[in-house]
Design a protein around this ligand. Structure first.
Ligand code: URP
Ligand code: ZN
Ligand code: ZN
Length: 471
């Protein structure tokens, strides 16, 4: 077994930081040692990585990605191969993607399809959540089976996208009751899709067809209302753990915070796009350009306090996790499907490569601490979603490590740092005061010296346990 020693770095965890050396034996972290202690103990390594002046943190865990997702008449442009290589470039060592079941399709068959897409094609480890787009007797039974046998312990439901993935309140309640029994987590896309579809139809009929109307027809109140409803349903269903995905609106955050203060098992997730991008500066760019930033929930106006509230929510742990909701589409031929009708623009932004970078910039600007960066991007995602060997640098954990250089810089852009399979970057021109230096996935170096040195197929499927966040 190969032994690797990372020396002289600043090891940062969710709770603190200390200088030290990390000893990796094979795929596992074997020991944390005082700087230089290894030599005194007669410990030798096959490889030594000098991390002087750098942070040594757990590899990023992105629990919300959509590789190869069929959506909006097309398919997300990153395959499991291109998407996981890009993730590695961004310091991410595990993703949790979504297998999709729709009305009248079998959960088991659809999950098998997703396994087929991913198996042997990933550069880093991966797990699956299961989307239940058709709640019925069969899918409810399958949910329990997946928890007990397949390492899938979280299920995403949609209050949005009527006719596609939408569940009504009765279906949601039934799925929640089922999850409550098995101990699983419900992930909710909380937007009032029925009301939104009325606003969308009215907007198109008026001739308001530009991309910016995507946000104007999905008002923050519709996110707040659905979040409130989801929380009430979860309470009735036995206080089932409820995780509200991709939150963008202050109104929704208020609902999550109130539920938490009332002692409910409710958790929030946001994404870099909601912390940094806005209706005015991005979605409302002239002509059809704004299509690049069509995603749901939508980018919000910068003239209200959504972004400030989201950063505050991250500091207060009202938002526990930052994921990307990586759902990339090229501008050409994909986003262009919605030319003349914003409702036909496939929803999604690609960002799996840039979450660690963008959130680190929040450390630089003083929005969050270094420890909170680690906590929201690695440690809590692992605990929340039952990735029992990941998210910490500690003996016995998988040797998934990001060495981060705070004295270097990253320029994001299609001709700068960009490895996702997209013809544009949602973060074009962003500059970060820090840089991914070295990435290690289960003991194997996958990125170093500005080069991807990993192997497609190295990434393994990870069966997940129940959420450790509650226990
Ligand atoms: O715009 C988004 N979020 N696309 C991906 C599907 C989803 O709702 O997460
Ligand atoms: Zn969603
Ligand atoms: Zn998503």
């Amino acid at each position: 077994m190969t032994r690797t020693l990372i020396t002289n770095g600043m090891i940062v965890s969710a709770t603190g930081r200390a200088s030290g050396d990390v000893l990796i034996d094979g795929e596992t972290i074997a020991a944390i040692l005082a700087p230089g202690q290894a030599a005194g103990l007669g410990i030798s390594a096959d490889r030594t990585i000098d991390a002087t002046g750098k942070y040594v943190v757990p590899g990023g865990i992105d629990v919300h990605t959509h590789m190869e997702l069929p959506f909006g008449g097309t398919e997300a442009s990153d395959t499991f191969e291109t998407g996981t290589v890009a993730a590695a470039w961004g310091g991410v060592t595990t993703i949790v993607d979504f297998a999709v079941q729709n009305t009248n399709t079998s959960v088991h068959e659809r999950l098998a399809e997703w396994h087929e897409k991913a198996a042997g094609n990933c550069a880093i480890d991966y797990g699956f959540h299961q989307i239940i787009g058709g709640v019925d007797e069969e899918s409810l039974k399958a949910m329990t089976y997946l928890v007990d046998n397949e390492g899938i312990t979280s299920f995403k439901l949609f209050m949005a996208y009527p006719g596609v993935l939408y569940s009504d309140d009765g279906q949601i309640l039934r799925a929640m009751q089922n999850a409550s029994e098995s101990g699983a987590m419900i992930m909710m896309h909380a937007e009032n899709g029925i009301a939104i579809d009325v606003l969308v139809a009215q907007s198109i009929a008026r001739g308001d067809t530009d991309p910016r109307f995507h946000s104007l027809t999905r008002p923050a109140e519709m996110e707040g209302e659905a979040t409130h409803r989801a929380i009430q349903l979860a309470k009735v269903a036995g206080n089932v753990p409820l995780y509200i995905v991709h939150m963008s609106a202050s109104e929704a955050l208020e609902e999550v915070a109130a539920a938490q203060h009332a002692g409910l098992n409710v958790f929030g997730e946001t994404c870099p796009q909601y912390l940094y991008l806005s209706l005015e500066d991005h979605l409302a760019q002239p002509g059809f350009e704004g299509a690049k930033w069509v995603c749901s929930t939508p980018l919000r106006t910068k003239h209200q306090h959504h972004q400030n509230d989201l950063w505050k929510g991250l500091r207060m742990n009202e938002l526990a996790i930052v994921s990307t909701d990586h759902c990339p589409f090229c501008f050409k031929d994909q986003k262009e499907l919605g030319l003349g009708d914003f409702s036909k623009i496939p929803n999604g932004i690609g960002g799996v490569e840039h979450r660690m970078e963008l959130l680190y910039q929040g450390v630089v600007t003083g929005e969050i601490s270094l420890e909170r960066w680690v906590e929201t991007c690695a440690t809590t995602p692992a605990r929340m979603f039952g990735l029992d060997r990941k998210g910490e640098i500690a003996p016995g954990f998988d040797a998934d490590v990001l060495i981060w250089d705070p004295n270097n810089r990253t320029k994001i852009g299609i001709n700068d740092k960009h490895h996702m399979n997209m013809d544009h970057s949602a973060y074009e021109g962003f500059e970060i005061d820090g840089k991914v230096d070295t990435v290690i996935s289960r003991g194997t170096v996958v990125v170093e010296n500005d080069t991807f040195v990993g192997k497609v197929g190295h990434g393994k499927y990870v069966k997940r346990g129940l959420s450790r966040y509650l226990h």
